[in-house]
Design a protein around this ligand. Structure first.
Ligand code: SF4
Length: 355
């Protein structure tokens, strides 16, 4: 397949098939029978852009460009990681999970980040950092409430092709032994699964009694073989079928700048929350306000904000945190450009984030 930028989905005009409309009606009704309308923005906090696996077919980390631009030490600064945790607290975003690729750093360093993100956020957090050993699971327990695994697809043959070096089995084993944590997976619609293939996904959710699932629409990355994401119809069908099959499952639906117009449909399909919107870059822009409006139009109580900057003294807020002074200083060093962006929103239509 070759790259064709015109084939990127640009969701302005959403066409929904009759069959999907029926699924949406059913899914929406099931949602309201089981939930109270409280809807939030989930924020993934990235630790690093490096991954030692590096060859999943859809992933930006597999591209030659990424390998050249981001050699092994593409770690993010602790200041900006902790600031994002603080933004989550202040803007009432939920930390979807703390994530990064495989092999990003030795466990003691990772532990320090996990602990401090949790301390800044003021709650235990979700992690998505691959397969975690039993010893490490015990160490992180005071700071972590749930483990998410990016499974991408559960369809066996497709998974082998798309993620040749990230097999399903170790995750399957980890989930089978994980006790005292909530469990979640992340999957991507558009990798090549058919609707019939959803049975593999349903089996996995049932087998491990998952509490939550995050569902992304494939965002094609230049340099990979994927050139097209799923249509809005296909994406919301997956969400609706999941809601119908699992009435009480927490479903988090991914969006992005180009797909933000479909947010209302994500709600109709029974999603509890949305994620992947580039909220720090887009804070208070037209797109951010549109997303809020589309969610509220579905009678949801959107408890996060993507547009209202509270009048607080950020330096004081950082000083009050129960973390070491070196981390407070690191946060203050990174604060100004974020606040500048929040206070001066710039409307752009090009989403340059690749993850
Ligand atoms: S999908 Fe995950 S495991 Fe695969 S290359 Fe990307 S970051 Fe690494």
């Amino acid at each position: 397949m070759s790259y064709n930028p015109n084939k990127f989905i640009h969701v302005n005009d959403i066409t929904i098939q009759e069959e999907t409309k029926e699924l949406l009606t059913q899914a929406e009704s099931i949602y309201w029978q089981n939930f109270n309308g409280k809807t939030w923005y989930g924020r993934c906090i990235f630790i690093s852009w490096y991954c030692s696996v590096g060859d999943c077919k859809f992933c930006f980390r597999s591209t030659q460009k990424h390998k050249i631009q981001h050699p092994e030490h593409s770690k993010r600064s602790i200041g900006s990681i902790l600031l994002e945790a603080l933004f989550c607290k202040v803007f009432n975003w939920r930390i979807e999970f703390l994530t990064g690729g495989y092999g990003i750093m030795p466990f003691p360093q990772l532990f320090e980040i996990i602990k401090n993100v949790s301390l800044v956020y003021g709650e235990k957090i979700w992690l998505n950092l691959g397969v975690i050993s039993n010893d490490h699971v015990e160490e992180i327990r005071p700071y972590v409430k749930g483990i998410c695994s990016s499974m991408e697809t559960l369809t066996p043959e497709l998974h082998k092709y798309v993620c040749p070096n990230k097999p399903i089995e170790p995750y399957d084993t980890m989930f089978s032994h994980l006790e005292g944590f909530q469990k979640s997976i992340a999957i991507i619609v558009g990798l090549g699964d058919t609707v019939e293939d959803m049975k593999y996904l349903f089996d996995f959710i049932t087998k491990h009694n998952l509490d939550r699932i995050t569902v992304y629409a494939l965002k094609p990355v230049l340099g990979t073989e994927y050139t097209e994401g799923p249509s809005p119809d296909e994406f919301v069908q997956w969400l609706a079928r999941l809601r119908i099959q699992f009435p009480k499952l927490e479903i988090i639906a991914g969006t992005n700048l180009r797909r933000s117009e479909e947010c209302g449909y994500l709600m109709k399909a029974g999603a509890n929350a949305m994620t992947k919107f580039p909220a720090t870059k887009q804070f208070a822009t037209k797109k951010a306000k549109l997303v809020e409006k589309l969610i509220q139009k579905e009678k949801r109580d959107f408890i996060s904000t993507l547009s209202v900057l509270p009048e607080i003294d950020w330096n004081n807020k950082i000083d009050e945190l129960p973390i070491e002074q070196q981390y407070k200083d690191a946060m203050k060093d990174k604060l100004a450009p974020y606040l500048e962006k929040f206070q001066n929103p710039v409307d752009i239509d090009t989403d340059t984030t690749v993850f």
